[in-house]
Design a protein around this ligand. Sequence first.
Ligand code: PEP
Length: 257
Amino acid sequence: MTRRPYIVGNWKMHGTRAMLSEARAIDRAAQRHMKVEVALAPPYTLIHPIHREAEQIAVGAQDCHHADGGAYTGDISAAMIADAGAKFVILGHSERRTGHNETDALVRAKAEAAFAAGLRVIMCCGESAETRESGKAIAFVTEQLTASLPALADLPGDIAERLTIAYEPIWAIGTGTAATTGDIAEMHGAIRKLLVDLFGEEQGAEVRILYGGSVKPENAAEIFAVPDVGGALVGGASLTADSFMGIALAASEPFEV
Ligand code: PEP
């Protein structure tokens, strides 16, 4: 089975209730692009309001805590975001790994908690500019993903339904310069091989691998034409319905997953 292209907006720390009109416009437009799965990860404060109104798009969170509950001031558990209406959570984003010192082991514990709460997980990975320049990008991402993903026994049975990978080279995030299609093809091919090694031919071949890093309506079609690209994780260009749905439109054309 080939899964629908998955286009996920990461609003980061942008958005008050004034942005709900944009989410509504994205939801309305998504109803006209049913060949594409469109989802939004707003700040925590907007998860429930968007969930309450959305008819087509899924709403998710940008992080969660690894514990079920307890004395963790300022944190929020996977069960809490699920209770607010989240269907998925983005984990291991480089802004969390770098800005909050999140290790692979912590990201893995968060993924276990998210799966246990019934959420889908978008697991991010990606190398720095220095790692790419040193020629070690593939080895780095392979190791990072292997260490961040839960063991097979801690994954849900329907791995391809519940797990998505997002390859986001750090140097491409928010810079306006996406990775080249050649670099994306090489990295997604390596990630696909890893997934097949870890989860077997059937499930490993079906897990979607998103590309993230300066995706815009102008470059989306060429990125989606790259083998093993199953959609996009979009930051800046997801903040307006016009640019975000321009990307979704590019994904609604047939492309290889
Ligand atoms: C991101 O942070 O997940 C991202 C891909 O950002 P941008 O699209 O702005 O590069």
